[in-house]
Design a protein around this ligand. Structure first.
Ligand SMILES: *Cc1c(COP(=O)(O)O)cnc(C)c1O
Length: 426
């Protein structure tokens, strides 16, 4: 059988790029096949190198909330390019982006721009430690906070307080100060604070988890985290790299009405260009160099092209306002309902705004354990059925479906038709 161009490219790439990809999930290992290589995208559609068109529900894992090649964003990027790609000096646009973030997300009194979500979280954790003078960080099993050493931990089963690195090359010495709790599990958090509360610098959480598939917070869970951190003098960090400007203009903190001390952002705020940001209360952020003792720097931080794409994206979102977010929410709801209708009690569907996940399980999914119990092979069959019929979704059951403002009524109807047929045929 003749190989597709994607298959050929994957084979070639494997000769000079580990696994042929520059980020592991792209390799399709979790669904037992090989990736389609992408040539271009426009609006809600993405096109592979073999000329096939798909409706894109990955949206580059979140950034493309306006759809691909949004006119305003592309124009802003082109204009920025014409002025120079990087200066290594402050620009007015960095001020504009920081102010825009602050206006939309008032807890971000001060913001530092960096170049990725990983960098943002790594820096926020350093700030939390520098500010509190404490060592320990609490993170939740199944939450992803980028690939920095101390956070690449979800702990083996049962080892509640002993953090085991998820990756070779990460020393236990670097993860021994990371404590693991259960998402939506108040008791597990309480236990850690009762044992080591005086040593805990911060609790870091995805306010709506989206890296074990989507798992929304239970009623009161985020409020509980707010209260217990306050009680023990620890900081609360919301990792809003996905949820920021996704659930609402003011992120999950607006959507759920809980205000953290520090927030990390990425993805959407770069409009498709590499970026990250961390920030929060002025008093805390004033520990950051050059005005404070916590060192953090970046050659390309606040890069003019990324910043321009970010400003254009956030401005468009702000202009779209509550109507835009309401429409995104409605699309999410519609899609989630269609999956439930098509698959009945074979699936559990979780949704937070325009993020959703389909778990092939008859049980509720509320944390990592229940997410991991879903059936990976059934998900793979579902994924391949959709892909074959022109619907591009995440090649892993632990990722989210992302909707964009560019998804039309027609796109949704077409998608729902395919899902209905999948429900009957699979
Ligand atoms: C994507 C993601 C990160 C890491 O961001 P990168 O830009 O990939 O480094 C961190 N936290 C969350 C919640 C994410 O989804």
């Amino acid at each position: 059988m003749n190989k597709t161009k994607s298959e050929q490219l994957f084979e070639q790439s494997g000769k000079c790029i580990p696994g042929g990809v520059n980020s592991p999930v792209r390799a399709y290992q979790a669904v037992g096949s090989t990736p389609v290589f992408i040539e271009r995208a426009k609006g809600s559609k993405i096109y592979d190198v073999d000329g096939r068109e798909y409706i894109d529900y990955v949206c580059s894992w979140g950034p493309c909330i306006l759809g691909h090649c949004d006119k305003g964003v592309i124009e802003a990027v082109k204009q920025a390019c014409d002025k120079g790609l990087t200066f290594g000096a402050p620009t007015e646009a960095e001020y504009e982006l920081a102010m825009l973030i602050k206006e939309c997300m008032p807890s971000m009194e001060m913001t530092r721009l960096v170049s990725s979500g990983t960098e943002a979280v790594m820096s926020a954790v350093r700030v939390a430690r520098g500010y509190t003078g404490r060592k320990k960080i609490v993170k939740f099993r199944g939450c992803y906070h980028g690939h920095s050493d101390g956070l690449l931990v979800k702990a083996g089963s049962g080892a509640m307080t002993q953090a085991v690195p998820d990756s070779a090359g990460v020393l236990e010495d670097f993860t021994k100060h990371t404590l693991i709790a259960e998402y939506n599990g108040e008791a597990s958090v309480k236990e850690l604070f009762e044992a080591e509360g005086e040593d805990i610098a911060a609790v870091i959480v995805e306010p709506a988890a989206a890296n074990m598939g989507v798992v929304p917070p239970k009623e009161g869970f985020l409020q509980f985290l707010r209260e217990i951190t306050k009680k023990y003098g620890a900081l609360l960090i919301f990792d809003e790299v996905i949820t920021g400007f996704r659930l609402a203009l003011g992120g999950a903190q607006e959507y759920y009405g809980v205000t953290p001390d520090l927030t990390t952002l990425g993805k959407i705020i770069g409009g498709g260009m590499p970026i990250g940001a961390y920030g929060g209360k002025r008093e805390i952020m004033e520990v950051v160099a050059p005005i404070g003792p916590v060192y953090q720097a970046g050659t390309l931080s606040g890069n003019p092209v990324s910043t321009a794409a970010g400003i254009a994206t956030l401005s468009a979102l702000r202009q779209g306002g509550s109507r835009l977010y309401k429409e995104l929410e409605e699309k999410g709801k519609k899609l989630a309902e269609a999956v439930k209708e098509a698959f009945g009690d074979r699936v559990w569907v979780n949704r937070a705004g325009s993020l959703l996940s389909v778990f092939f399980t008859g049980e509720k999914v509320t944390d990592y354990q229940s997410a991991a119990c879903s059936d990976g092979e059934e998900y793979a069959r579902y994924f391949h059925y959709l892909l074959k019929h022109g619907i591009y979704t995440a090649p892993s059951r632990f990722e989210a479906v992302f909707l964009s403002a560019a998804h039309s009524h027609e796109d949704l109807e077409r998608t729902i038709e395919v899902i209905k047929r999948a429900g009957k045929e699979l």
